[in-house]
Design a protein around this ligand. Structure first.
Ligand code: ZN
Ligand code: FE
Length: 254
């Protein structure tokens, strides 16, 4: 069993401390800064065994070095991106399994936002730490990868069980919701969801983690092959990649 502590960092980042309860082995996903992570670990009276990085951007690896100096923890990252993950020790490849104490996870390569972007999927509990690949109602910008790669990456995530809890790297939900509503103003269920999001955010409540099932229903970047949806947002159904590309470009210019 994993216990998860969600840590809001910087203006809209989320980092996560994970604790394998059987063995008290600990990890930290994407520590953008060390300080708050250290404070929480101290309060709990625990150390840090691993850092898990989804990708090389500074707002995900910024705390690596400092945390490694303090805790002598091992840093886990993508084999293909080892040159860009500061302090990396454990270089994992697509589909490779590894464990944090008794909690086993699988690496899923999800290039698109960056070339070496990976997700960590803890299969026993269906937890996915997806960095900047999928956000609630959105997806990461394509800084390095192609539209083909990002489409493929999203399909991989979409094939996980509906009950998968998605722990994203940012709290972008409210602004993503504006775009989703702009695209499909006739969806009453989406409207309901958006008002809940607004309520939560007005009280500074996180909207993350989200459920894969909900993302499949509401996230425009998960519906690029849904012909009914494409009809309602007036996008011609050409191919998965072309449809995804159109929606992504619309969002970039929104
Ligand atoms: Zn990023
Ligand atoms: Fe980021």
């Amino acid at each position: 069993m994993l216990e998860i502590i969600q840590i809001p960092l910087l203006s809209d980042n989320y980092s996560y401390i994970i604790i394998d309860k059987n063995t008290n082995t600990t990890g930290c996903i994407d520590p953008s800064v060390a300080k708050n992570v250290v404070n929480i670990l101290k309060k709990k009276g625990i150390g840090l065994d691993f850092i898990l990085n989804t990708h090389h951007h500074h707002d995900h690896v910024g705390g690596n070095k400092e945390l490694k100096e303090i805790y002598n923890c091992k840093i886990i990252g993508c084999f293909n991106d080892q040159k860009r993950i500061p302090g990396i020790d454990i270089k994992l490849k697509d589909n490779e399994n590894y464990n944090i104490g008794d909690s086993l996870f699988k690496v899923i390569n999800t290039p698109g936002h960056t070339i070496g972007h990976i997700c960590f999927y803890f299969m026993d509990q269906n937890f996915l730490f997806c960095g900047d690949t999928i956000f609630s109602l959105g997806c990461g910008r394509l800084f390095e990868g192609s539209y083909e790669q990002m489409t493929e990456s999203i399909l991989k995530i979409r094939s996980l069980p509906d009950c998968t809890k998605i722990f994203c790297g940012h709290e972008y939900t409210e602004s993503n919701a504006k775009f989703a509503e702009f695209l499909d103003s006739g969806d009453d269920l989406l409207k309901k969801k958006v008002s809940q999001i607004k309520r939560d955010r007005s009280m500074s409540k996180p909207t993350v983690p989200t459920l894969l099932k909900e993302e499949k229903m509401f996230n425009p970047f998960m519906k690029f092959d849904n012909s009914q949806y494409l009809d309602s947002i007036k996008i011609e159904n050409i191919s998965d990649v072309e449809n995804f590309k159109k929606i992504r470009i619309m969002k970039d210019n929104f």
